[in-house]
Design a protein around this ligand. Structure first.
Ligand code: SF4
Ligand code: SF4
Length: 247
């Protein structure tokens, strides 16, 4: 027999001065292979057309449908209701600006953070559209691609204790992004340049290392490894700087 699911959904419209944050409850019959994404669409179509949430691709590529699902950040499109209890509580991702109900503005946060960490290849080489692409060893290209798979969903940031307490912390997303450029031989930044970007309390030294970020990442990006490598590298550069100043 199929279950009847109860949804407790956060509701609030920050644009409306009369809106008060609260939770609305909805009931829905569970169907086979029901995802939260489909359930939310059904609720919006059948029960409340004002329900606000984000989505685009439905296949964990766009990163739009991140939300807190029974206390844990995740993607609505990847979450089957059969993996959840009969009562499901949905909240918007913290840290990001609330647009309304379950929809948050991750774009502004990611753009600002990408600019802060200078998230692009730094090179003096002129771009030549006619030139053949530079060759890279397959193993290295695969290692870089592994980190490039981030979809900027915001789940790691929302789950992070430091990011929740401190708006200036760049989060696991950005640390992983910097680790990707450190690996890339086309990026000509020196160790000192990287230290400038993430060798601070806003960067790797603000990270508490509890790894909620890795637990919730829907792309299974190896954040633990990358944070560890970056912490060691930045720690080493920091020590070198210290000794250099003393002599
Ligand atoms: S390990 Fe670091 S980046 Fe990841 S959740 Fe904890 S404090 Fe945040
Ligand atoms: S690292 Fe993972 S959880 Fe964080 S933004 Fe990228 S895909 Fe989302």
């Amino acid at each position: 027999m199929s279950r009847q699911l109860k949804f407790n959904i956060f509701r609030y419209n920050p644009q409306d001065p009369n809106s008060v944050p609260h939770t609305d409850s909805f009931w829905l019959d569970e169907t086979p292979s029901l995802t939260l994404f489909i359930a939310l669409n059904r609720l919006r179509e059948e029960q409340d057309s004002s329900l606000n949430f984000d989505f685009a691709c439905r296949m964990a590529i766009c990163g739009s449908c991140g939300m807190v699902i029974n206390g844990r950040p995740g993607l609505a499109c990847r979450t089957l209701t059969s993996d959840l209890p009969g009562e499901i509580t949905l909240m918007p991702l913290p840290v990001f600006k609330l647009v309304g109900d379950l929809a948050v503005d991750t774009g502004t946060w990611f753009r600002a953070t990408n600019e802060k960490i200078e998230s692009w290849i730094h090179t003096d080489q002129e771009f030549d559209p006619e030139a053949l692409e530079e060759r890279m060893e397959n193993d290295l290209a695969n290692s870089i691609f592994e980190l490039e798979r981030c979809i900027e969903c915001g789940c790691c940031v929302a789950s992070c204790g430091t990011a929740n307490m401190r708006a200036d912390f760049v989060g696991a997303f950005a640390l992983n992004r910097v680790a990707r450029f450190v690996m890339d031989p086309r990026d000509k930044r020196s160790d000192a340049d990287y230290f400038e970007v993430v060798g601070t309390d806003q960067g790797i030294f603000g990270c508490m290392g509890l790894l909620a970020c890795e637990d919730v990442c829907p792309r299974k990006i190896p954040l633990q490894d990358q944070l560890g490598i970056l912490r060691r590298k930045m720690g080493f550069i920091g020590l070198k700087n210290l000794f250099r100043r003393k002599v």
